[in-house]
Ligand binder design. Structure first.
Ligand SMILES: O=C(O)CCC(=O)C(=O)O
Length: 737
């Protein structure tokens, strides 16, 4: 257990990925952004293939987790780390004892594998990279009592390939595979590592699972430094005032550190949460087929002419896998004995002096501590760092988020601005040859037919599915803006939902004043602090209920172990809705906020415009999407659900797509590429009516909003036989007691 705690740490992968702009990899160990494209097919590249450039991607964060491969190293108190990247491994446990577990390769790694290529690029240009250790990282010399901890800035000094004997299982398998290894070194310009902090005041080791831990004075100092004033770093470590050190490890062929592109950095820090964001590097791309090698004791191969570092204590070998002399001892031409092969002590020695200039431009490309989003923006979905204990927390609630470890308010809460309802322009119809605002995309192969009907100030777009799919249809019902109708009810509901989701300035000021007066009284619960706004005016007050939007825990998900929250903020009114989210439910009756019953009325009216005899809904599920949030493919096919599901859209426009479930594609003879059958544009005020049990059985849908949006879905849920049995069991139990 470390004496001092990390400055940035988390208990779940989601906390890490949502909070740190430099580590958003849920599935892989290396967070790489940028194009992973193939070689450019320009004439020049064809003429000079050896120096043709690849458009490289940049690895920003690297996670040390799980079992090491052979010869992975944690040396010099973590200032030198040798690790394997690039996947293609499985954990092998030949002897059954955990100490012998190793990540064994299943196939050759290649310098052209996307992650390896990105790490080579990082090394070539000496781009700083952030290392993060997981609790599961077997080489950590101390037990880490939290799931993840940011170690700090490193640079990849050397990369090389090794031959690794395969865990021979059958005669068909090759006897060895090629494995790429990377030597990371702590960048001294950032100061000492947190795990070396002398924290004399602390009696026991840092253990947030045992007690509430707060930063010590020394940690607070370190955090201040990591938060980073750019100027401070620049003045102390700028390359212009740093003498190029006559180090053993500054070979002439290394490129001069280059600055990160500012706009790239901003996109990384503030850009969309989506991992697909493309960042374009301004750094020159890595020449194809060259692996960087920084160590002074490198030598060039007589066969291939390329340099390789002197890595092992047995002597120099060519470490380029495409060379005929690969992994053969130069002294004897023989293969080394893998069992006794070890790194040379000189290779493991830190090269600290030479690395003083390792920050491009003399400063870290961005602070390790994530910046807080502006309180005047609704782009608030990112995770938050606690300045009292360093824990990263997902933003779980809208109103006054707090640290998941110590409960400290993370970020100064200021009421968000109320987002105004969008102005709806007249919808123009294609037959008039003008711009189309309602532009659904129907797959050609689906056979879905669109009918349009205008009635009583509403326009109804009905999408009839072919009979082969069973009982399915989708309708979009919205105010007929083209005929002069307006979405004034939707406008009012949009404002009211926001007033019920977070208090306005006035309410917060009032509450602050009251709590000052009460001083030692406990804080009022957020659930009873806020607004009731039947008039739709901005008159948020204290003492009435919030619509309790929050992100709930997913009962199952595909991102490994650990807690995972939904992307959006939700709540439920009426009958309990059983799906993959663990959540409670609020009553749907006269005690509900007025905005809830008004929304239900609107949904009933618009649904009955297409299905006159639709049964009364008894469940309402509001969903609030902050900017960059979306809902992935799912169905609404829970047991007991009625055949009609209706959703009202408020705020930003969005696309809602329906696709055939993968398991149904073969039965309906639909090719995988044709599974998306319908792509609908929804706008403020649109009500989507999903009709038919077969729609939920055979299809799934997703929503991708363009910005801040609230959607409210209404359903009819009947108790299932299971529920009835459970209820009578509970009743019997309680009457017996
Ligand atoms: O956001 C929406 O419009 C629909 C949400 C949805 O699909 C759901 O709540 O199941």
């Amino acid at each position: 257990m470390p004496r001092s705690g990390p400055i940035i740490w988390s208990e779940t992968r989601q906390e890490l990925c949502e909070s740190l702009p430099y580590y958003r990899a849920y599935q892989t160990g290396t967070y790489v952004t940028g194009s992973l494209g193939a070689r450019p097919s320009t004439a020049a590249a064809k003429l000079h293939p050896a120096s043709s450039t690849l458009k490289d991607s940049i690895p920003y964060g690297y996670l040390l987790a799980g079992w090491p491969s052979r010869r992975d190293v944690w040396a010099h108190s973590g200032r030198v780390i040798i690790s394997h990247g690039g996947g293609k491994s499985e954990v092998a446990d030949a002897a059954g004892a955990s100490s012998t577990k190793k990540a064994a390769l299943k196939q050759d790694q290649s310098a052209n594998d996307s992650v390896i290529r990105a790490l080579l690029h990082s090394s070539r240009h000496r781009l700083p990279i952030v290392l993060i250790a997981a609790e599961t990282y077997a080489l950590l010399p101390v037990r880490l009592p939290c799931s993840y901890a940011v170690l700090g800035w490193y640079v990849i000094t050397d990369c090389w390939a090794e031959r690794e004997a395969a865990e021979a299982k059958d005669a068909e398998q090759p006897s060895a595979f090629v494995r790429w290894k990377f030597r990371f070194e702590w960048i001294p310009a950032q100061g000492e590592p947190w795990w070396e902090l002398r924290d004399d005041a602390r009696q026991a080791g840092w253990d947030p699972r045992q007690r509430v831990e707060r930063f010590s004075t020394a940690q607070r100092q370190m955090a201040k430094h990591m938060r980073g004033s750019k100027r401070k770093h620049a003045s102390s470590t700028s390359p212009s005032d740093a003498e190029p050190s006559p180090s053993r490890s500054t070979p002439a062929k290394l490129s001069v550190p280059e600055s990160f592109d500012e706009s790239e950095r901003d996109r990384l820090l503030y850009g969309p949460i989506k991992t697909s964001a493309t960042l374009v590097s301004q750094c020159a791309a890595t020449p194809a087929g060259e692996s960087p090698c920084n160590a002074a004791q490198s030598a060039s191969c007589r066969q291939c002419r390329f340099a390789s570092p002197t890595v092992y204590d047995t002597g120099w070998m060519c470490l380029r896998p495409d060379c005929a002399h690969f992994f053969l001892l130069a002294s004897s031409g023989a293969s080394p004995d893998e069992e006794t092969l070890d790194f040379s002590l000189a290779f493991l020695q830190p090269q600290s002096l030479a690395l003083d200039v390792a920050f491009p431009g003399g400063e870290p490309p961005f602070p390790l501590i994530p910046r807080r989003p502006s309180s005047r923006s609704v782009d608030q979905a990112r995770g938050l760092w606690c300045s009292k204990c360093g824990r990263l927390s997902c933003r779980e609630v809208i109103f006054r988020p707090s640290c998941a470890h110590c409960g400290h308010a993370v970020g100064k809460w200021k009421p968000w601005p109320t987002v105004s309802p969008p102005t709806l322009v007249r919808e123009l119809w294609p037959s008039r040859g003008e711009a189309v605002f309602f532009d659904p995309v129907l797959s050609k192969t689906s056979g879905i037919k669109l009918h349009v009907r205008r009635h009583a100030g509403l326009v109804v777009y009905s999408f009839a599915f072919p009979d082969a799919f069973g009982d399915c249809a989708v309708h979009v019902v919205q105010a007929d803006v083209h005929a002069g109708a307006q979405e004034d009810v939707a406008d009012r509901l949009f404002r009211e939902f926001q007033h019920h989701a977070w208090p306005t300035d006035a309410a917060v000021d009032k509450e602050r004043y009251r709590s000052k007066k009460r001083r030692k009284m406990p804080e009022p619960s957020p659930a009873v602090l806020a607004v009731d706004d039947a008039e739709g005016k901005n008159n948020a007050g204290v003492g009435t209920k919030l619509v309790p939007f929050r992100r709930h825990v997913l009962t199952h998900h595909g991102c490994g172990s650990g807690r995972m929250l939904t992307q959006q903020f939700t709540c439920n009114y009426g009958v309990a809705y059983k799906h993959v989210v663990a959540m409670g439910t609020e009553p749907l009756d006269t005690t509900s906020p007025a905005v809830i019953s008004s929304t239900l009325d609107l949904l009933h009216t618009r649904t009955r415009a297409v299905l006159a005899s639709c049964a009364e809904f008894n469940e309402l599920y509001p969903v609030l999407y902050l900017e960059h949030q979306a809902m992935s493919f799912h169905d609404d096919g829970e047991p007991g659900l009625g055949s009609v599901v209706s959703s009202l859209s408020l705020g930003s426009t969005c696309r809602m797509r329906f696709r055939l479930k993968a398991k149904c594609a073969a039965a309906f003879d639909v090719a995988p590429r044709d599974r998306v059958v319908l792509d609908l544009p929804l706008r403020h005020g649109s009500v989507v009516v999903q009709q038919g049990h077969d729609l939920q059985r055979n299809f799934e849908h997703c929503v991708d909003p363009q910005g801040f949006r609230i959607a409210i879905t209404a359903r009819r849920i009947e108790p299932t036989t299971n529920d009835i049995a459970k209820k009578s069991r509970t009743k019997a139990g309680s009457s017996a007691s």
